[in-house]
Design a protein around this ligand. Structure first.
Ligand code: URP
Ligand code: ZN
Ligand code: ZN
Ligand code: ZN
Length: 460
């Protein structure tokens, strides 16, 4: 099967030009002007932008969490991602404390195998690092192609590791060519503030926000940065939200240390005023919580300064019924919100269309850097000869309105209901197949593949 895409405005992290793309099988085989190849299918793309498929390296699909499961399965979550121009996601496996990494991997394979529509990979969350898990690090990297290891400095009692485990894990991961990702907030401080608020009868969603002030994130980020400097392990801070935390990374650049930073679309465009409305605020109960306008400014600037490398979502949807588990107690509201389908369009609309970032920066943080950082480049994350033909044909002018009534995520509300977006995903190709066209998904569940990843470093 061959496809010729004609006259599109091809955008990569470094270039932007009008041209044609010729696809044979699953990969791109030619790029140029006026390509005269015979093709089984020709797609006319004049007036459209063509991006590499988006990569969202932070999603939670079908994840057991806070007494329930996140509501998107591999099928619904990866399909919704495709509708929004994201052709690949990286999900998080959670080790159960006291059990092996291998058994967690088997559990996640049980839910993902044969069910994904779009491509995917896993980060391995190490929640219990000890002499038994130590040899599994090499196994995951060398045998499974899982080269990133997530740690939680919060969620005390279930997922949190202490600094002793963190440093040991970093040494092991570094030795075998992997990378550490971190949820960097101070779990003990948060635990104290949560209990204090509960004891004082402060039970509304806003107390979720007030129990995780900026200092809890800034302190943990700085500690993590120092530990990665000490061990030499490549580090990546997930869902960074605020000025204080970014300053920890900025300060480290003075000693020529580089720690990768991910923020998420919600932290760029939503703020904590959303918590000032009774239980409705539960829609945005996530960790870390939404911050202030000044933090949004810091994050946009951080993208342009090269300090913020990735814009992800932390997609972790729950039905309203599930959110109601915390109606009497903010600490029981399942943490997370749905966004995997909205990320590319919101980032384009709020970032490129509003003049905050360039087109190439958009591609860099939404497609290329995730592929480079997590060991998939140039198979994924760019438009080049030999790369997977994962492509998004995008109308930069079409306006539409986000709504739970029309989204494809398996959740009954949207955190962006009524948001007006400029720019629309029109056609999406995944490994040479037209996956989305005319608001329809044309590939079945099971088409999505697990992507094994290579070893990584702290340079991209
Ligand atoms: O609120 C969030 N972020 N839920 C998902 C788990 C995590 O911390 O990323
Ligand atoms: Zn080892
Ligand atoms: Zn987290
Ligand atoms: Zn997360």
């Amino acid at each position: 099967m061959s496809i010729l895409i004609k006259n599109g405005n091809i955008v990569t992290a470094s270039e932007n030009f009008i041209g044609d793309i010729f696809i044979e099988g699953e990969t791109i085989s030619a790029i140029g002007k006026n390509l005269n190849y015979e093709a089984d299918e020709v797609i006319e793309a004049s007036g459209k932008l063509i991006f590499p498929g988006g990569i969202d390296p932070h999603v939670h699909l079908d994840m057991p969490f806070m007494g329930t499961f996140s509501s998107d399965s591999y099928e619904t979550g990866t399909r919704a991602a495709l509708f929004g121009g994201t052709t690949m996601v990286i999900d998080f496996i959670l080790q159960t404390q006291g059990k092996s990494l291998r058994s967690a991997l088997e559990e996640w394979k049980g839910r993902s195998d044969g069910n994904a529509v779009g491509d995917y990979s896993f980060h391995m969350a190490v929640t219990d690092y000890n002499e038994n898990t130590k040899p599994e690090i090499r196994e995951m990297i060398e045998e499974e192609g899982i080269t990133s290891f997530k740690t939680f400095m919060a969620y005390k009692g279930a997922l949190m590791v202490d600094d002793r485990q963190m440093v040991g894990l970093m040494e092991e991961v570094k030795q075998h060519g992997g990378l550490i990702n971190v949820h960097a907030t101070n779990g003990d401080m948060i635990d104290y503030l949560v209990q204090k608020n509960r004891n004082e009868g402060n039970r509304a969603p806003i107390y979720h926000y007030l129990s995780q002030p900026e200092v809890t994130e800034a302190e943990a980020s700085e500690r993590f940065v120092d530990m990665t400097n000490f061990t030499g392990c490549p580090g990546y801070i997930v869902h960074l939200t605020c000025e204080g935390a970014l300053n920890a990374v900025r300060n480290a650049t003075r000693r020529n240390q580089h720690v990768f930073v991910e923020t998420c679309i919600q932290y760029l465009i939503l703020d904590a005023s959303l918590y000032e409305q009774d239980f409705e605020g539960a829609k945005w109960v996530m960790s870390p919580p939404l911050r202030e306008k000044k933090d949004q400014e810091t994050l946009w600037a951080g993208i342009n300064q090269g300090l913020v490398n990735v814009v992800a979502t932390d997609h972790c949807p729950f039905f309203w019924e599930q959110k109601l588990m915390g109606i009497d107690d903010f600490s029981k509201i399942p943490n997370g919100h749905p966004a995997v389908e909205n990320r590319m369009e919101l980032l384009y609309s709020e970032g490129v269309d509003k003049g905050r970032i360039t087109l190439s920066k958009f591609v860099e943080v939404a497609c290329t850097n995730p592929a480079k950082i997590f060991g998939m480049y140039p198979k994924k994350g760019t438009i080049s000869i030999g790369s997977d033909a994962d492509l998004v044909i995008f109308d930069p002018n079409e306006k539409h309105t986000i709504s739970a009534k029309t989204h494809h995520m398996n959740v009954d509300y949207s955190g962006y209901e009524g948001w007006e977006v400029t720019g629309k995903v029109k056609t999406v190709l995944l490994r040479g197949k037209v996956a989305i066209d005319n608001n329809e998904c044309l590939i079945p569940k099971g088409y999505g593949q697990f992507i094994k990843r290579s070893k990584v470093s702290d340079k991209i």
